[in-house]
Design a protein around this ligand. Sequence first.
Ligand SMILES: [Zn+2]
Ligand SMILES: [Zn+2]
Length: 1005
Amino acid sequence: MDLWAIKGNSNHRTTKNKIQMQRRWSEVGLVILGVLLHSSYMLSIFDIYFKTPIVHGMNPEPLGIRAPAKRLVLFIADGMRADKFFEMDTTGKPRAPYLHNIMHNKGRWGVSHARPPTESRPGHVAIIAGLYEDPSAVTKGWKANPVEFDSVFNRSRHTVAFGSPDIVPIFCGGLSNTHWKSYSHEFEDFATDASFLDDWAFDRFGEFLNESRHNMTLAEQIDGDGLIVFLHLLGCDTNGHAHRPYSDIYLNNINLVDRGVKSTVKVMEEYFPDGQTSYIFTADHGMSNKGSHGDGDPANTETPLVAWGAGVRGPGLASPEDDVDDGLRFVDQHTHHEKTPASWGLRNVERTDVNQGDIAPLMSTLLGLPCPLNSVGTLPVEFLALDQEEQAQAMFANAKQVLDQFLRKSQLKQATSLFFKPFGPLIGYKATLVHITNLIAVGQFVLALQSAQDLISLALDGLHYFQTYDWLFLMSTITVGYLGWMLYILLHVLQSYTTFPFFHRKRGLRRSYNSQPGKAVRFAGGVLMGISSLLLIVEQSPPLYHLYLGLAVFFWTEILTDISLLQSIGLAIRSAKLSWLSKAIFACLISFLVLELLVASFFWREVYTGVFLVAGVVGAVVVSCNTPDVSMVPAFVWAACWFMSGFTLMPAQIPDNTSLVVGSGIVVVLLAIIGRWLDCMPSSKPALQRVVCGPSRKSDKSKWLFLIQVMLVLAASAMVWITTSHRTQKKGLPILHQFINWSLAGVSVLLPLKSPRGMLARLISIFLGFAPLFLLLSIGYEALFFSALAMVLFSWVLVESAVCNSIVQGGSTSSPKWEKLNANFLPEPTGLKSSRVAVFSIELLDTRIALCFLVLINVAFFGTGNMASVASFEISSVYRFITIFNPYIMGALLLCKLFVPFILVTCAFSAVTRVLELPRLGCYFIVLLLSDVMTIHFFFLVKNIGSWMDIGQSISHFGIMSAQIVFVLLLFALSSVFTYDFDIMSLQQPAASPALHTTSGHKYK
Ligand SMILES: [Zn+2]
Ligand SMILES: [Zn+2]
């Protein structure tokens, strides 16, 4: 049926072609703009969440007191968790007897709280430089320092360091005042006891001291003030990863470290008998029971801290108030004054917990050096043997150093901001500084100390204020930009793919770009963009800011340009019937709910179990209501969905199960035979009517093709069995087997192209065609998932086909069922009788197709794993194709394995759009519109604190959603190779004459 013909336009064909060409080009432009928007907004997270907090240009703040110690030895036991270090062993003796003795009799102790990510680099940066991980390090894979920062080692006169090649060079690599050595990476062999790495550091330092007795250069370097010795002890970390932290190897390693510390102290005291050495023992992070670290688990964030020697206060008696919660939190969110476990045997000794970053000012103060410039630590005065005046002075210096950073940041911001808003609480900072100086001058040291501490916390708040200064602007710009894009697509779909324009707009008003109001809006948009760009240039904003803002302004200008369209939409909604309104609101709510479920499924894939349990029942009910005469179809739909619901409960790390893979091959063949049998039946069943070819249209060729495909699947199953048994017998994989596997997978993927064009026949052929590739790449239950997914997809086609058939069978468009289903995207004006005017139009209810597609595309991924299981992929899943390590081929194969389910889903989607005669491109835009609801949600879920895994995952979630626009288009292109020539009966054709034709192929290009 042709709309223009109804309207009586004689030269409608040329007009129509012209409009179609116009639309095609505007859609190409739209997709390009969408890609631009998504890629630039993807980058915005680096301006928002991952901006370096480090500033330069401050001056070191002199301490103002005498140096309590001449030199300092820093022991960092990598991966030593607090409880294993402090607690008694099974015999009731301390694991670290020497250090326990010190805590009881000589020095101070506490728990040092690390902030996630609890990894080695951030931990060491916190201890040595006093700053928490620079989030912009994410762009460099956390390896190198993207921005140079100051450290205690920089400030020292000389630093001697021994330890791991991953840590020591970070701090000593570029410094001239250091003497350092690290072992080669091969030393870190996980299989053996790694405690020799600790011995290595202790021994090298011992040798170094011995050598400097004879070597004048070395002796000069280490004589005098401001010397730091840093021993990095990697044993516990390596042993914890390899053997878990409750293993004997790990626990013995603690004892070994204790002995090493004891002997090092002995040689130090022999070499420097002046008693001017202070010692600090701590760890960069802990170790979880699973033998990993990174997240905010207490086992990871709580590390030991012991300090003793020159300038360090002696132990005190613990008072009961220590256990009272004062509401304060450490950087790892733990409360201050946590109760010491009795098993530690330290209940009666005063405990002082610190933030990991506080150790840097502690070390600086012990050596009488200025704090590292970028440090955000607060001096833990309880550790220092200073009088009250010295304490106040030291804290005041610390406060000025943190304040300097704040002032520098404020200054930098003010220099470029046109509308600078200063940080309120610190506007009068000068008066505070004078006040503290006066307090010290008049001997009010306790008050001065308190005021300096308050000043530090205010300055830290101020630093956070400037770190997030642009957030409101950036986040709102980006949200507004996304919303503009979504609305723009919605308007495009309304205009190009729904019946709306025909009812509501006179043809003369098709585009009001060139109308007066349209021009005015464009002009205003241009002016707005110009002004804002100018402002951004004056503020010296990063170049990408222009793009963020420009895209947002562009889309909103484009939306407002077509005022007549907006007016007619407004009119339509205002004059809408209540029934339409309620339907529209209901559809929005359901869509939103489903999309939020999809967001949740990124964190808990079990969500799909619930979704498919419900979908099975709903699908079965829908089919049986629409086609009461088929009892088998509802049962099949129900069974398929419930079968699928089990997979998301299976472990994400797929356990090996070869017999299951082989069995899955047989399941594939059985399903294909059932499908073939259905396809050959005379199509009497309404649900199947439009998808089967029927016996009359079967050729011999198709019979042979089917047989060949079945044989290929069976051969692939056999090859799975053979290659696995070869591997278990450690015989390797003969080149012949590899060749057979490659050719099986390659040939079978191409065969569906030669299959009959009937819908069911083609779908079965695609299913069989991808099976060998998928089976050969499978190691366990995911092989069965392939069949389950195919069953669900076929159910989807069946349900849609049943619904569609019942509509057509209903005959007259005024049948109650048709009325019930036909809710246009926008309400129709009264007076115009609704008929399915444009068969190829999208209606409100058709958004369900896009929703189903999104659910299925996601389950195609989450059905067999999650983000983590993809990142840590099983190499064994590619060994049937390649045995030597080659990251590119292996990566490509794994990508193939991921893509196969996606292609199945997209083929089914093509089939559904053909059954319902919907324009695929229109549906693609609706898919984009819906998926951007998720994109916005993930944009706000991006994290910059937490374990590396959490951070990385939050970025990849957002990245995946941003890439959807390209990814889905790519899938459409790939699957249309197989589905573009689907042969299906038109909706207009009477069911009795299944004549061959290709309905309006042009709609699907
Ligand atoms: Zn570490
Ligand atoms: Zn580690």
